[in-house]
Each structure stands twice: as C-alpha cells, then as structure tokens.
Design a binder for this molecule. Structure first.
Ligand SMILES: [Zn+2]
Length: 366
C-alpha cells in the first residue's frame, strides 16, 4: 500500500510532527498529486505563531506545486484552460474546492461557496488526511480548479502561483484596467511586490510602493515600482509624498496588502475623483477603519475587499507567470533549502528572517 509522510500542525507553540499515513483509495472525481514544492504563505506563518487560528490537527501549506500520480474514475481529464490532464503532468491547483453550481460560484465568488473545502486549512480527520502542501501527497477533491503547467518555471517560483499570484490577479481584476492609471501599492511583502510586477505588465502609468522597510521597497523597485515611500522616513504624509512624485496627477487605484489600519486610511486619503481602493491585507482581527463618508461620496470612490480568488484569477495568474517569470527576479523572493524533515526550522526561519517566502522541498529525493 502507498503511504505518505505528512507534517502535522497541532497548535501554536507546539512542534510540527512528521507522521506516515496510508494513501487512501481515491473517491470518484479525485486526483492524487505527489507534492513537489510548497512555499510558506504569510497566513501559514500567522497560524504557526498563533496570530490567526485554525482547526487542528491540520496540514499547513497551500502554495504548492506537484505532479499527478493517479486519476480516479470520473476525475477531470481537461484542466481549467481546457488542456489534457494525465498522470505525470505537473499541475497547480486552486486553494479551494467549491460547487460550481452554487449561487456564489455563479456570481464569481466560489471561494466563499457553501460546502467550501480549502487546502492547507482543513482539520485532519479519520477519512480526510491528505489536504495540505506540507505532505508527500495531496488529494484534490471534485470541483478543484487544476491547471497543467508545461513552461520551464523553477519550482519555487511556480509554487507562488496558487495563493500569492492568484490573489494579486483577483485584486487587479477588481481594480479594473490599469492602463494610464497611477497606482499606489501599500505593503511590499510578497503580494505587494507581485502587484508591482502585474501592474507594470498591465500598463499602469506610475506605480508607487509604500512600506516601512527600505529593503522591501528596493525589492518593489526591482519588480516595477517607479517610486517608493517609506512611511517611517519622516517625509510627511503619504498624500504629500505621493504628490511630490506625480505633481498635478491623481491616484486612481489603491491596493492595500499591508493590513495596517493607519495605512489603509492613508491609502483611501490619496485617491482622486473616481478612485478605487481594494483591501486585501487585513486578514486578521483589528480595529475598524475611519473612513470619511462625505469624501467617499463627493469623490465617487469605490472601496472593495477581496479574500482569496476565483477561477478566472487563477488562470490569469498562471498565464502571467508563464509569460513573465523571467522578466522579474521571482526566484530571489524564495529562500530555498528546507525539506519536510526540517519543516519546524523553515517556519522559525520564516518568522524570524522576514524573508518574502521560505520554500520546502517535498517527496522522494528532496
Ligand atoms: Zn496563502
């Protein structure tokens, strides 16, 4: 019988343990994937440290890439881009499995549909074990968007697609076409840096990245930001600093990946008439924002939130990475060299180093 190692997270402050379980027989419609590489998302680190809560025991890891090991009866033989799926294909898959016929799925929000299943977020139970990236195998359930990737993209870069890149693709979809727009991107972590690159490729007029660390702002420039603002530099308000970079021009798109209330308030404050702000970073408990409704109304602002992404965003993310993975230094964002056996060290390193991502190699030969 085939077995799988898995890294079991028991709760904050407790070491992750390695266990071995039998790989269960697949149910109808399922795909067995041999995981190859997982990058630790900020939400994984927040769960590990206790900043955010997850049902335990669980397998963390949802930024993952792998190879199809087995297709069950009635499993999809075409991917989300309508290409063949076969054993041995390298694939990426969405963070969710969601009934495509639900009302929410039909209006473009499958990631919140009834009966939602989220990889890297589900408890381990006797009949559901292999559903995270930090294991040798993962079982993809029915209604999981899957995409075959043929391009020769390095594994650590491919792993970023199904959380970071797809989420940024979703935020750009909500922002609308960026051509000739001035865009302010708050938070130069992984999502903010990818947003600089995607915004550049989408034809933004100017991109202004905002953070509190100069090293992260330097990375944002390498990924396409024209100007950067360090909020702790003492250079005045965000609005004043932005106006110095683009005198006489308006900011019409603001993307927040920082999740910091003061920064989100400042971001809304720099928007010109008709501006759109998309909030993506605040995925943990925090105080309410102070938004001036009169300003919102008179300036005809739009304020939207986004959590995760849908299938269109997922496809856009794969297309973007296939076309642009060599245009920007994505591999420099991932600290490589960890394995399933050193997964606790990988989490510790991710929390202490502030690296954009820490990568874990999986499976035989890793
Ligand atoms: Zn994530």
């Amino acid at each position: 019988m085939r077995t799988s190692q898995l890294a079991v997270f028991h709760g904050p402050g407790q070491p992750i343990t390695l266990e071995t379980v039998p790989v269960p027989a697949l149910r109808e419609g399922e795909i067995l994937v041999r995981n190859e590489y997982t990058t630790l998302c900020r939400s994984d680190l927040n769960t590990f440290s206790g900043k955010r809560r997850e049902r335990t025991p669980t397998i963390l890891g949802h930024e993952t890439i792998g190879v199809i090991a087995e297709l069950a009866a009635s499993a999809p033989t075409r991917d989300a881009r309508d290409r063949d799926l076969r054993v041995g294909d390298r694939v990426t898959w969405a963070i969710y499995a969601s009934n495509p016929d639900s009302w929410l799925a039909r209006v473009g929000i499958p990631q919140k549909g009834p009966g939602l299943f989220k990889y890297g977020h589900e408890p381990i139970t006797p009949d559901s074990t292999l559903h995270g990236g930090l294991a040798e195998f993962c079982i993809l359930r029915r209604h999981t968007p899957v995409i075959r990737i043929d391009a020769g993209i390095p594994l650590p870069v491919m792993a970023l697609i199904n959380c970071s890149v797809a989420t940024v693709a979703g935020s750009l979809r909500l922002a609308g076409p960026l051509t000739e727009h001035n865009v302010v991107i708050a938070g130069a972590g992984m999502l903010g840096v990818i947003a600089c690159a995607m915004g550049r490729c989408a034809g933004a007029r100017h991109i202004i990245a905002v953070d509190i660390e100069d090293s992260r702002l330097a990375t944002a420039r390498a990924f396409g930001a024209d100007f950067t603002v360090n909020l702790q530099s003492g250079g005045g308000s965000l609005k004043d600093q932005v106006e110095r970079f683009i005198p006489g021009e308006a900011v019409t798109v603001g993307l927040d990946y920082s999740g910091v209330p003061e920064t989100m308030e400042a971001l809304v404050g720099v928007l010109g008439v008709g501006g759109v702000a998309i909030l993506i970073g605040a995925t943990f408990p925090q105080r309410p924002l102070q938004i001036n409704a009169e300003q919102l109304i008179r300036n005809i602002h739009t304020l939207r939130g986004l959590h995760n992404y849908n299938e269109w965003d997922f496809i856009a993310a794969v297309n973007f990475m296939e076309q642009n993975h060599q245009r920007f230094p994505f591999a420099s964002l991932v600290v490589d060299g960890f394995h399933l056996a050193s997964v606790n060290e990988a989490f510790d390193f991710g929390l202490k180093s502030g690296a954009h991502r820490v990568g874990v190699r999986l499976g035989a030969g890793s």
